[in-house]
Design a protein around this ligand. Sequence first.
Ligand code: FMN
Ligand code: SF4
Length: 450
Amino acid sequence: MGRKLLLEHEHVEGIRYYETYRRNGGYAAVEKAFKMGPADIVEEVKKSGLRGRGGAGFPTGMKWSFLAKPEGVPRYLVCNADESEPGTFKDRYLMEFLPHLLIEGLIISSFALGSNRTYIYIRGEYAWIVDILEQAIAEANQAGFLGKNILGSGFDCQIYVQRGAGAYICGEETALLESLEGKRGNPRIKPPFPAIKGLYDCPTVVNNVETLAAVVPIINIGGEEYAKIGVGKSTGTKLISACGNINKPGIYEIDMTISVEEFIYGEEYCGGIPKGKRLKACIPGGSSVPILPANLLLKTAKGEQRMMTYESLADGGFPTGSMMGSGGFIVLDEDQCVVRHTYSLARFYRHESCGQCSPCREGTGWMEKILHKIEHGKGDMRDIDLLWDIQSKIEGNTICPLGDAAAWPVAAAIRHFRDEFEWHVLNPEESQKRNFGLAHYADPISVAVG
Ligand SMILES: Cc1cc2nc3c(=O)[nH]c(=O)nc-3n(C[C@H](O)[C@H](O)[C@H](O)COP(=O)(O)O)c2cc1C
Ligand code: SF4
């Protein structure tokens, strides 16, 4: 059983409310942090090795130390709760069931960064969670952990919840800031980075929900202790939202020492694939990261067991590796059609492109059209090459990473499952009947896990 730092009290009845949270050790980290002071908190987060849980995995302590501190200019902390990446639903769980953990992390982080006005930008569809968060904020205010002169420190802080209007692009940090300012959520050109010029042109840190919640156990147990959990630069615990063809979809807190195989087949985690079907592929980090066929998912190209760590999931780079991303783990069994699946993702990215850059605006539309053609048995072999060509011209040529996120799934699908695309071209009638043809699969390496 892995160590639980974030979800330790998830099953305690009433943990959503202040009194119960407090009785179970809640807000002790705030009391400790206010005695430590801002510089020591930043130091502790640096020591922990915590990496941003929103997708890119950038070291949080380092990000915090980049924050500019010009005299007389406000600084802001913004919590990114947009969570619109298909397959990712871990932040929702944290906010819905453990809202005080996030509020506690936000108070400590606001104090460390000097943010007197802190925002939670939450996706519009999480409407009921807004109420949960607002209640937790009201309780924290009443208990004296928010408001003026918190714990006699002279530090004032208030937290505001702002709902988005349902655009995936508003999860990109600069689009989020534009939206928070009341404008259309178009990503900004960087530099300047938010740490220099963010919300209302003031220095700003944007962090993911899980990242900010993780600050609580870091302060409680200390950065060094936190860094001992996990492997190498994958320290601490990570929430994984697991879905697709598995027996036990849900949220799992893993310490990053288990293998991918153990995660999929272990009874403690996903519990294997329904009806004993075989594993075909997996998207390990949310819809934007490259899909991996089963053989490369369970073992790296070097033949080593693939682990649930940032490094191991990425091992081999994009030809043969993928990414931890936001921890949205989507499993496909032998009956799933990769072409259909890729088409469905392409539709999503075309719909969500903000349209500022032509490679993304036009490219996502072209990819969707071509994939629709192939999937419906109306494509020819040249379409597969054209698709490859288009995706290669999007990657790296856009203002924000949504372009890459749209290109990578297409590139990986063609790279690993080209024969499946060809099958659709060669079997137009079967393809139209939605008979998915080729099956790629792999049996687990050791089966004995769980
Ligand atoms: C299109 C797009 C959508 C994103 N959506 C989210 C999101 O919903 N939540 C999130 O935390 N980060 C999201 N990110 C990443 C953010 O831009 C940013 O890197 C992150 O919030 C930083 O927090 P972290 O350092 O704690 O990971 C998205 C990025 C892109 C390009
Ligand atoms: S890459 Fe796409 S989503 Fe990002 S700024 Fe350009 S057009 Fe908009």
